[in-house]
Design a protein around this ligand. Structure first.
Ligand code: COA
Length: 160
């Protein structure tokens, strides 16, 4: 299958997200990792910083493209003519929100579909906010995020 978009806040990208990208690469020829905006959240990193971190973390995967968008996911997808979004599912608690988002996107652009991939079980309870919190308090984050992200988090919280 050709291309898919993996949208998210990625504030910052974690090994859980990278696991989803790796799985998506075994299904799709190309994966566009899209740093998008959830207007209900406030972010630690700027979109440019997030794009840079994801590029560094996915440098070994030539079929991955990293981009950013401040608008609607469906507008980006329509412009690029990419009809599939990939989302990771962790616990059941993710389901309802994801279901609503997928259906809303399909209402906005009926040619859009969402494919859900299950995160590896060790990353089931991992989230960017947990990582941010542990980093802020000076805890060990090397099992949650790749080295370039770890460096930035340490620098951001003055633990380098
Ligand atoms: N491993 C680890 N953590 C994961 C994960 C995985 N596989 N999958 C999700 N998460 C975590 C994220 O780290 C994040 O944690 P946090 O809330 O503690 O920071 C949380 O799950 C959800 O994040 P994300 O998947 O990035 O969703 P989101 O709600 O932050 O953002 C967008 C969703 C950005 C994709 C969505 O708002 C969007 O499409 N925005 C564009 C505008 C638009 O089209 N809006 C209409 C949508 S219907």
């Amino acid at each position: 299958m050709d291309a898919a978009i993996y949208p998210g806040s990625f504030d910052p990208i974690t090994y859980g997200h990278l696991n989803i990208i790796e799985r998506a690469l075994s299904i799709f020829d190309r994966v566009v990792v899209l740093v998008a905006v959830n207007p209900q959240k406030s972010y630690l990193f700027s979109p440019e910083e997030k794009v840079e971190m994801i590029r560094e973390a996915t440098a070994g995967w030539p079929r991955v493209e990293v981009d950013g968008s401040e608008g609607l996911l469906v507008e980006y997808a329509r412009r690029r003519q990419i009809h599939t979004a990939v989302r990771g599912l962790r616990a059941v608690t993710d389901f309802e929100g994801e279901f609503a988002m997928a259906l809303t996107n399909r209402t906005l652009w009926p040619e859009m579909d969402t494919v859900f991939l299950m995160t590896r079980s060790d990353y089931m309870y991992l989230s960017s906010s947990v990582v941010r919190q542990v980093a802020q308090l000076g805890g060990e984050i090397s099992s949650f995020v790749p080295p370039p992200v770890e460096r930035r988090l340490r620098a951001r919280f003055g633990h380098d």
